[in-house]
Design a protein around this ligand. Structure first.
Ligand code: AMP
Ligand code: MG
Length: 476
């Protein structure tokens, strides 16, 4: 028998969840089990495949809850969101002492379902698994899938008219505390609940910080790091609503997300993002916008007697976001460019010009960086003169001694070959929908070790055909 899960969140802030069972799926079958993550969590993968294991993976255990939260969706406040089709199974403390949420998506309607069916189709659950493994392999903080389980049910189609296979995603997250959790507490509950929530969040994620202002500061720093890494990876989250921003600093909720092929600041792939609010190049600004909504939920707690000084203090933290973001971006970019040490100003200037050049000449984001590491980047440009001029500025920053060799070697581990390109991921998910799981397993394998070229995976290297017209649907 497995060790029971813990429930510190539900115990600390019982106002923010309701006890709720997961629906029992008729014929559950493991589609994909993340054995590496299972071991990290101290589970025996074999045991997870047993009857007891399946009970855990399908939420057939005691103590599960649906969480309440609110949020700003595309800029508009929505006072009542929450786990509409998911339950928090509980918390698992791994052998290293780290606490993780186990959260089951697609587990049926909850009191927060708002007219939704509570179900999740197989394709989007596999998409979330693939994106999580890829970001994890790049070293980007992210939630991950422990398992994708098909339920044996056909569910109402999200697009088109053909029913889709239903599935469950068991998501592992540092926690599910979101900006939207604080918004819910601020809009509906006493300030005392928010105080408890601050304490709980600090203990869980930022134990060296103290008080609401320090929490804002810690979350601001974590988000600056996260979004800088997304930008470097060419990742477009697609739906950065405040309910999809985790206070842990992990990326969460990979619904209509996508990756860049050619570098384009305005790239939008989500069919519901008609205004381009969550375009690739807008992500840092949106992170700050979301942090501002978070700050609003804290102001009352920062300095209860002195609202003006509380606003000033919070504003100062928010004003620091840009510098923290730029520093994180420059640090990551230096690694990608093989620069062992340079001021972040220098790297930034080089980066700004590089990204303009990539966009002007419609160069593939990922292929450029890999070619820079392996040789042959010049061939990706239609006009090579501007590129040569740019490289001549890069060379001196790379240095000339042993340090430069280390930096060059490090580039091979900073610039992936395999990414979950839109065309390839879409093709793999379509195959899975039709019952052929092989392509998505191959893709998972590729992106889980994205820096090592393997034979048989050549087809995943380039963008494929039609990627520029790619759209993701919110039928997640
Ligand atoms: P998301 O865009 O995935 O972050 O979801 C936004 C909100 O819609 C969350 O509160 C979800 O729980 C809810 N939701 C999404 N799909 C469904 C569904 N099929 N049934 C019920 N609620 C859903
Ligand atoms: Mg969400």
């Amino acid at each position: 028998m497995q060790t029971p899960l813990e429930h510190t969140y539900a115990a600390a802030v019982p106002e923010l969840s309701v006890p709720w069972p997961a629906e029992k799926p008729p014929r559950p079958e493991i589609v994909w089990l993340n054995e590496e993550l299972a071991r990290e969590l101290g589970y025996d993968p074999q045991q997870l495949r047993s009857e007891d294991g399946i009970a855990l993976l399908t939420g057939q255990i005691d103590g599960t809850v649906a969480q309440a939260y609110a949020g700003h969706q595309f800029g508009t406040p929505n006072p009542q969101l929450g786990d509409g089709r998911a339950v928090l199974l509980g918390e698992r403390v791994d052998p290293a002492g780290r606490r993780h949420d186990l959260h089951l998506k697609g587990a049926g309607r909850t009191p927060f379902a708002r007219g939704g069916d509570g179900k999740a189709p197989l394709g989007p659950m596999l998409r979330e698994a693939v994106i999580g493994e890829w970001l994890h392999a790049l070293g980007v903080p992210t939630t991950r899938a422990l398992a994708v389980v098909s339920t044996g049910e056909q569910i109402a189609p999200r697009q088109g008219v053909t029913p889709e296979p239903g599935a469950l995603l068991l998501r592992v997250a540092a926690s599910h505390l979101r900006v939207g959790t604080f918004e819910h507490a601020a809009w509906h509950l006493d300030p005392e609940v928010r105080e408890r929530l601050v304490e709980y969040t600090l203990t869980r994620h930022h134990p060296s910080a103290d008080g609401p202002l320090a929490l804002l500061d810690a979350v601001t720093g974590a988000q600056a790091e996260l979004v800088a890494q997304w930008m470097l990876a060419g990742f477009v989250h697609g739906v950065m609503n405040t309910d999809n921003m985790a206070l842990s600093g992990e990326g969460i909720d990979y619904g209509p997300c996508a990756v860049l092929d050619e570098h384009r600041r305005g790239a939008v792939f989500s069919s519901i993002d008609r205004g381009g609010r969550y375009a690739y190049g807008n992500q840092p600004g949106i992170a700050l916008w979301n942090l501002s909504r978070f700050a609003e939920t804290l102001v009352e707690l920062i300095d209860p007697g002195q609202p003006n000084s509380a606003v000033d203090a919070a504003t100062e933290v928010l004003e620091g976001f840009e510098a923290r973001y730029l520093e994180a971006h420059a640090r990551g970019l230096a690694r990608k460019l093989g620069i062992p040490s340079a001021s972040s100003e220098e790297v930034r200037g080089l980066g700004d010009d590089l990204f303009v050049l990539l966009e002007q000449q419609t160069v593939d984001h990922t292929m450029f960086f890999r070619a820079l590491a392996e040789g042959g980047a010049e061939g990706l440009f239609n006009e090579s003169d501007p590129y040569r001029a740019w490289v001549s500025r890069l060379e001196p920053l790379r240095g000339g001694d042993g340090q430069a060799d280390d930096a060059a070697a490090a580039m091979l581990n900073a610039n992936p070959i395999y990414i979950p390109r839109n065309v390839h991921l879409d093709a793999a998910l379509r195959a899975a929908h039709l019952g052929d799981l092989e392509p998505v397993r191959v893709l998972l394998d590729a992106v889980s070790d994205p820096f090592t070229r393997r034979t048989g995976l050549e087809h995943l290297e380039g963008p494929g055909n039609g990627g520029e017209h790619f759209l993701t649907f919110c039928g997640t």
